[in-house]
Design a protein around this ligand. Structure first.
Ligand code: FAD
Length: 610
């Protein structure tokens, strides 16, 4: 099939058929323009900031990810307050709206902050330059605009934090099909693929049952952030309804370079220095400044602004505003081990044909249905415990299926930045066999990493020290070994055995001397393949003031600094056992209630926990 732009001579088309053809082309153009409709987002106020028309706001929020958008929505409900939401990126690219394309965003440099982790002699050796990489969304909606679309509400986290958002419950809409949570509409899709049924049967043979909403151990049909066939990023969920509010301002393509305080006069925040189109501007926060820039950038911004461990800041020649040793520490990530299994039977083969591909594109453009409106077998996951935590989900296994010669596999391998030889081996295998990918993910990591600075300006990447598998008790390795064994056990069950499921030896040079699948080999495999795929938390942890390493107090205010708060997953001492978008939105809403209680006389939060 030809790709790219090709000119065809169709002047021979005449009469009714030509008309029908034109109607079709018009309909395609009309509908394609509506994908990821940019008019749903609020207008950009950054030029007003540049012109000096607006430079003072009651509340300034840094970062339009899940937490920032939820917070901006709730604060701007108060007409008397002016609220500015600052975002370094722009409106999401159209392709991010198409659910099935989620694996391709890994390789896109657009819309993302791209990071390489500090090199470590033992881990991440299967990846280019023997180094792990990761990315976050630099776009309206933050990482929710490019993530895997799972929505996992962590009730135990809400209870342990005693957050005031906990009284909001799921409630079905009138038709009982979709689920709303506040402004977030969620869907369960359950793609009807044949391989999905086989995989579920394999897990059932290992005695896994359907997971329950409150205690997700077993097979979980994920709620997905999909609305009417398009990704519901958190900017769509929370900002569409506020775009007409005259007290709400959104500044896109605006980077916050540093936090400005009254230091040394007193310990109160004043505002932020930002860069817009290479110009520097100071913006004042009359009431409060709230950071929702994510676990990496919150810590980086604080360090650059002189808030961190005093000795460290002095070595970087940064004037010390606050001695807060916890900033950047306690970094936690849900790391993943990808495992590739070849099959000798093909599934859903109709989906891999060129004709079916064209049909999928057509269905999607015209009515937002079909294969492109789903995330394939990534829509269900297995949550499993380990011997050390028999009742908690410690391991999650997510899945992808690649048809023979699947164009998505190359995109996926590029995105994860695998060493060329490994990619070549896998693509070679995929020439004649489909591949089932198991993503074994550590949901309760014990290792702790750190965010440090490379240079002393915001545009440079931070130095991210992963410290994967370095916990003293070696629990992370044991948990991942359990996950690895679970996958190999699944391939031994009749449903997968019958279709020739076989773990692929991807040819890791470091592990060549060990017998394939021996304990030494598996440990070597885990060290080589460990990868920080998705969630990050903990770098500005919340705790009592007396705790040397806590950064924010119980009310999310930064210790020793008035009117500076942090409202996303970076304040969590322990990363949630599920993906973090739901927690981020919940944290944003919780902080909005705290701010209303502080700044509105006699305000009583309707969400107050009993
Ligand atoms: C590949 C991948 C898959 C994932 N899959 C899932 C999933 O399926 N389900 C799930 O719940 N979670 C998932 N996550 C995680 C989840 O999406 C994020 O943890 C969550 O959205 C928070 O992301 P964040 O820390 O980047 O912050 P966000 O809140 O998303 O983003 C912060 C925002 O702040 C902006 N910003 C940062 N610094 C500045 C600055 N100085 N000035 C102005 N703006 C700034 C950024 O551009 C960004 O838009 C996934 C993450 C990744 C990377």
């Amino acid at each position: 099939m030809p790709t790219g732009i090709i000119t065809y001579d169709i002047t021979h088309l005449r009469g009714a058929f030509a008309n029908a053809f034109l109607i079709l082309i018009n309909a395609l153009f009309f509908n394609i323009k509506l994908i990821g409709d940019y008019t749903q987002y609020p207008a950009d106020a950054s030029s007003k900031l540049l012109d000096g028309e607006e430079t003072t706001f009651d509340f300034i929020i840094v970062g339009a990810g899940a937490a920032g958008c939820a917070l901006a929505n709730r604060l701007s409900q108060q007409d008397q307050w002016s609220v500015l939401l600052i975002e370094a990126g722009d409106i999401p690219e159209t392709t991010t709206a198409v659910p099935a394309l989620f694996p391709t965003f890994f390789e896109s440099a657009l819309d993302t902050w791209q990071y390489r982790l500090e090199k470590d002699k033992e881990t991440c050796r299967a990846y280019k330059n023997k180094q792990c990489s990761m990315f976050r969304g630099r776009v309206l909606g933050g990482t929710s605009s490019i993530n895997n679309l799972h929505y996992y509400r962590e009730r135990s986290l809400e209870n342990s934090l005693n957050l005031i958002y906990q009284s909001i419950e799921y409630y079905p809409n009138a038709e009982g099909e979709n689920v709303y949570e506040g402004d977030i509409q969620l869907e369960k899709i359950n793609s009807s693929s044949e391989i999905r049924s086989v995989l579920r049967e394999a897990y059932e043979k290992l005695s896994f049952n359907e997971a329950l909403e409150n205690s997700p151990l077993g097979i979980l049909e994920n709620y997905l952030t999909i609305k009417e066939g398009e990704r519901l990023n958190m900017a769509r969920a929370f900002l569409t309804s506020v775009k007409s509010r005259s007290n709400f301002f959104l500044a896109k393509n605006t980077v916050v370079d540093s936090i400005v305080t009254n230091h040394p006069i007193d310990k109160r925040v004043k505002g932020v220095n930002v860069t817009i189109s290479d110009k520097k501007v100071f913006l004042q926060a009359r009431k409060e400044l709230i950071l929702t820039a994510g676990s990496i950038n919150n810590a980086k911004l604080m360090l650059l602004s002189g808030m961190g461990a005093k000795d460290y800041l002095l070595t970087r020649k940064i004037p010390v505003i606050l001695d807060l040793p916890g900033v950047g520490k306690n970094l936690q990530m849900h790391v993943t081990i990808p495992m590739f299994v070849s099959l000798n039977a093909t599934f859903d083969s109709n989906q891999s044909s060129e004709l079916e591909f064209i049909r999928s594109v057509f269905d999607y453009i015209m009515v937002r249905s079909g294969n492109l409106s789903t995330i394939g077998i990534h829509d269900f996951s297995l949550y499993a415990s380990t011997a050390e935590h028999p009742t908690d989900p410690t391991i999650a296994i997510h899945h992808n299926y690649f048809h023979i010669q699947d164009r998505m596999l190359a995109a996926w391998l590029n995105g994860w930045k695998f060493e060329q030889k490994i990619s070549t081996n896998l693509l070679e295998k995929n020439r004649n066999q489909p591949i089932l990918l198991f993503l074994v993910t550590l949901m309760q990591p014990k290792s702790r990493g750190e965010i440090l600075l490379n240079e002393t300006h915001f545009q440079s990447s931070p130095n991210i020290v992963g410290n994967f598998l370095k916990d003293e008790e070696n629990e992370d390795m044991r948990s991942l070994l359990t996950g690895f064994t679970l996958v190999t056990n699944a391939t031994e069950t009749a449903p997968l055995k019958d279709i020739g499921a076989e773990l692929i030896d991807i040819g890791l040079p470091d592990c060549r001397s060990y017998k394939f699948c021996s304990l030494h080999y598996v440990k070597c495999y885990i060290k080589n393949m460990v990868h920080p795929t998705s969630d990050v938390a903990g770098t500005t942890a919340r705790g009592p003031e007396c705790d040397k390493y806590s950064v924010v107090k119980n009310d999310f205010e930064v210790k020793q600094m008035r009117c500076l708060r942090i409202a996303d997953s970076s304040i969590l001492n322990e990363i949630p056992v599920g993906n973090t978008v739901a927690s981020d939105a919940m944290l944003g809403i919780s902080v909005s209630e705290i701010l209303k209680e502080k700044w509105i006389k006699d305000y009583v939060s309707p969400f107050k926990a009993n």
